[in-house]
Design a protein around this ligand. Structure first.
Ligand SMILES: Nc1ncnc2c1ncn2[C@@H]1O[C@H](COP(=O)(O)OP(=O)(O)OP(=O)(O)O)[C@@H](O)[C@H]1O
Ligand SMILES: [Mg+2]
Length: 430
């Protein structure tokens, strides 16, 4: 292994303690910001469920960071937390604010896109219920099939229109949201920047006024105009916010840009940042919620959420947890999965839009009990002249293991089998 060469400012006390040429040890720790924000959310949600916890919380500083006013509504908390309702809760439930969406407005079906029946059902649920789970492909799987799925490549998405449905929910929420006060907004999040960008892209196409919060370098360049810094700069009539010398003025412009948006988009953990500190989000939607850990999912919910939509598929990839410690296993169960396993029935999206039926037939039969329907027409696919098999699709078993390559993985055995097929003269036509 090549030695890592450290370069740094010699005046820095860290570098002064290391002598040139001597080996040094560097430990990479978990990001502190993520840790603090998820801890705040955990305290916020648990301290409110049973107030007796509050006096045991030692770290008052952490509690101060996220005041109890941002806890989700009692109704939602009871659905998320495994405690039964008390008499006191029932009293407060009765005091809950009236419905957040304008009555009847959701009956107006969007004419610009024809959603399928299962997607429309998800839209209805998101309008009416405090908590909605939307699941990609059907997940009524037995334990053995679930275990197979956990080991299998077939857990890749089948494209059942989850993000499309999320965008339509957000659009309708934006059209019908009765804001109780000025600092109330709709929040759309996901665990990854790519998924947040997909939501922003979809909302822009639907003419929803959206701002994107996050580091500019993690956003797709074509969506830069929606970045909160650029929206704020435009409001001030400058080409970049950096041109404004006053910190206070910059901050105020950013705040104003957020308040003027119909929907705020950011990653789940970014929702715990200072920029959104004083903003309420009674309506929260989280896409790809089955791939985020439960504490991370709680961060956007702890902005006074009253109505929540979680979209995902717990039969696909679980959250990535790198720790090898035994108790870190519990983090691999997302909030989405826990709720689904404890009896919250998800709305199933059962039509896939991505694969030719020739390809979807196998995962549908093997993993989804044949319940997955195809939106794509069964067009005939001609076989290459040298194709010696009866069917267009053949499954070739390869007994080789993946090995890490940079930040990704590779499988040399699979490549060895595939390359000769790709190099055949007939392959170029397909
Ligand atoms: N009702 C619909 N009618 C026509 N096309 C649709 C419909 N719903 C989704 N699609 C198309 O299906 C494709 C997949 O949709 P989408 O990205 O929303 O799926 P997804 O379930 O979020 O996928 P992933 O799991 O990869 O995030 C897109 O090309 C989308 O335009
Ligand atoms: Mg998606």
């Amino acid at each position: 292994m090549n030695p890592l060469v450290l370069c740094g400012d010699e005046k820095n006390p860290i570098f002064r303690s290391v002598r040139a040429g001597e080996p040094a040890r560097i430990d990479k720790l978990a990001p502190r910001t993520t840790f603090v924000r998820t801890l705040c959310a955990l305290h916020c949600i648990s301290a409110q469920v049973q107030s007796r916890f509050q006096k045991h919380l030692e770290d008052a500083q952490v509690i101060d960071r996220l005041p109890s006013k941002f806890a989700p509504s009692l109704m939602l908390k009871k659905l998320l937390m495994p405690f039964g309702p008390t008499d006191e809760d029932r009293y407060w439930w009765a005091q809950e604010e009236p419905h957040l969406l304008k009555d009847g407005a959701l009956a107006d079906v969007d004419p610009s896109r024809t959603l399928n029946d299962s997607q429309l059902k998800a839209l209805e649920s998101a309008a009416e219920n405090t908590l909605t789970l939307i699941q990609g492909p059907p997940g009524v799987l037995d334990k053995q099939t679930q275990n197979t799925l956990h080991e299998s490549r077939e857990r890749n998405s089948l494209g059942t229109g989850k993000t499309t449905t999320c965008v339509q929910i957000l659009r309708r929420w934006a059209m019908t949201f009765k804001r109780p006060n000025k600092s109330c907004r709709i929040l759309a999040t996901s665990g990854s920047n790519i998924a947040v960008d997909n939501l922003v892209e979809g909302l822009l196409k639907e003419n929803v006024k959206v701002v994107r919060i996050g580091r500019p370098e993690s956003t797709r360049p074509e969506l830069a105009a929606s970045a909160v810094e650029n929206v704020a700069a435009k409001m001030l009539g400058v080409s970049s916010l950096a041109e404004v010398p006053s910190f206070h003025q910059r901050r105020q412009a950013l705040h104003q840009a957020i308040l003027e948006a119909q929907v705020v988009c950011c990653t789940a953990v970014t929702a715990g940042g200072g920029l959104l500190r004083d903003i309420y989000f009674p309506l929260v939607l989280i896409d790809e919620a089955s791939q985020a850990t439960e504490p991370a999912t709680l961060v956007p919910i702890c902005h006074g959420c009253k109505q929540l939509v979680l979209c995902g598929d717990h039969c696909q990839l679980p959250p990535t947890v790198k720790s090898e410690k035994e108790h870190s296993e519990v983090l691999k169960m997302s909030l989405f999965e826990r709720l689904a396993l404890t009896g919250v029935k998800p709305v199933m999206l059962n039509v896939q839009y991505r694969m030719h039926p020739l390809l979807s037939a196998f995962p549908s039969q093997a993993f989804y009990e044949g319940k997955l329907l195809d939106a794509i027409m069964q067009t005939p696919v001609e076989k290459p002249p040298s194709w010696k098999y009866k069917h267009n699709l053949v499954v070739v078993p390869v007994f080789d293991q993946e090995s890490p390559k940079g930040t990704s993985h590779m499988n040399e055995g699979e490549a060895e089998v595939l390359v000769p097929w790709c190099l055949r003269p007939s392959a170029s036509c397909y």
